[in-house]
Design a protein around this ligand. Sequence first.
Ligand SMILES: Cc1cc2nc3c(=O)[nH]c(=O)nc-3n(C[C@H](O)[C@H](O)[C@H](O)COP(=O)(O)O)c2cc1C
Length: 226
Amino acid sequence: MEFNEVVLGRRSIRGFKPEPVPKDVIREIVALAIRAPSSMNTQPWHLHVVSGAPLERIRQGNTERNLAGVPASREIRMHGPYAGIHRERQKAIAAQLFEAMDIDWADKARRHDWVMRGFRQFDAPVSIVVTFDRDLEDNDIAIFDCGAVVNCLVNAAWSKGLGCVINGQGIMQSPVVREHARIPDDQVIMSCVAMGYPADDFPANAVVSRRRAVDEVVNFVGFDEA
Ligand SMILES: Cc1cc2nc3c(=O)[nH]c(=O)nc-3n(C[C@H](O)[C@H](O)[C@H](O)COP(=O)(O)O)c2cc1C
């Protein structure tokens, strides 16, 4: 695929075929992803590719703890609820997804079901837990670097016919993820990426999220100065 085709075509995938993803395909995708730039080429990331029984245990543990009302525990600093324009954008993508899935805002049961799907990593056959070296814990640059590798990862996966959703919900109960994905103590859990072959008939997979206009994002300085 051409670069434009990958970047413009990629979207988050939240419904997957049950078929497993061969290890060799994941290796090819990771080989592309780890060409991501990082500060001083430190490459602080680790990718824990979880499938099968351990992933089922993570889904189950996340579900049980969330239903029991255990507060979220993440290993990176978190913002509180979004406000202002960020909240508006959050609401806009939720509205697009709910419309596609035919979920009414007033239908609390189906909204709850959608949230629980997120905690189950959308039942994807693979979850890639992204961590970084703990000795860089007080260093925001390591988190920037993890973002770079994850962006490369989701685009590389798309270029090979796979779909992903970066899934903050999937690591909200981080002790469960740490235990079953067997994360070493000297690494910090950053996020996870649910991955698999996109289900053709899952309506949310067709949602194309909106973006701000280039002129709203960019601030050219000095171009028109003599
Ligand atoms: C750090 C991060 C965390 C995310 N966590 C979730 C999540 O928990 N659940 C979910 O459905 N989507 C999650 N997403 C996906 C975003 O909602 C999605 O990328 C955004 O709406 C843009 O849509 P697109 O990926 O289809 O272009 C996350 C994305 C990022 C970058």
